[in-house]
Design a protein. Structure first.
Length: 91
């Protein structure tokens, strides 16, 4: 059974609190310099986890990822035969 998962972007103040963020889901990445973490959680639990994370004093902001809304299918333009032969002309 495949569980739908969604990512949260958690902006934190101190790096020492990453262990508390990790308890709420699967921590993928934590940036040292920009102070954010990418956290994957189950889609059905995302609302409750988001409100819990916002209640912590060391967290600035919690955002949902827009990755599912971005189109990832790229259509390849077909090269016509005349253009294909123009590129292979050797001098």
């Amino acid at each position: 059974m495949k569980v739908e998962r969604e990512s949260l972007i958690v902006w934190y103040r101190h790096r020492r609190n990453i262990s508390q963020i990790r308890r709420h889901g699967h921590l993928i990445y934590a940036s040292r310099r920009m102070r954010y973490a990418v956290l994957y959680v189950n889609k059905e639990d995302i609302d409750s986890i988001e409100t819990k994370l916002k209640s912590y004093s060391f967290i600035n902001k919690v955002e949902r990822s827009f990755k599912k809304l971005i189109r990832t299918n790229y259509d390849k333009k077909e090269i016509t035969k005349t253009k294909e032969y123009d590129f292979h002309i050797g001098i």
